[in-house]
Design a binder for this molecule. Structure first.
Ligand code: FE
Length: 131
């Protein structure tokens, strides 16, 4: 029997286009709101077509010393050129990136997971230190 660890890809986002890129300050003040940008394809563009696209990104925070992670948000990308006329004939595409805002009392690790409709799950992480 497998586990999620067996199917979630992990790689350098500069060479693997599916890996979510987390951009935020490495050091923050306790309880002070800060912005986090999570995107897919920052260095190498990922397709955004009806047949092949990123369907969602989820973001979690695992505070140092705690057993469980907290979910920060889950962001769905729902428009990929679908239309009555057929695939890729529609006028609308959602780009696979999001900016959200959070605060934390504790240092910890941001964990991002992205989902490609063809190439599955990918993860990345970034430390955030409360100073
Ligand atoms: Fe893909």
């Amino acid at each position: 029997m497998g586990s999620l660890n067996d199917v979630i890809g992990k790689a350098d986002w500069k060479t693997e286009k599916h890996v979510p890129v987390i951009e935020c300050p490495s050091e923050v003040k306790a309880d002070a709101m800060f912005d986090i940008k999570v995107s897919v394809g920052k260095e190498i563009a990922h397709p955004n077509t009806t047949a092949h696209h990123i369907t969602w990104i989820a973001l979690y925070f695992h505070a140092d010393g705690e057993k469980f992670a907290h979910q920060i948000g889950r962001y769905d990308f729902m428009a990929h050129g679908e239309a009555v006329e057929g695939a890729d004939a529609g006028p609308v595409h959602t780009h696979h990136q999001v900016i959200t805002t959070m605060a934390t009392k504790k240092s910890g690790k941001l964990l991002a997971v992205s989902m490609c409709n063809i190439h599955g799950l990918w993860q990345n992480e970034k430390d955030v230190r409360v100073t």
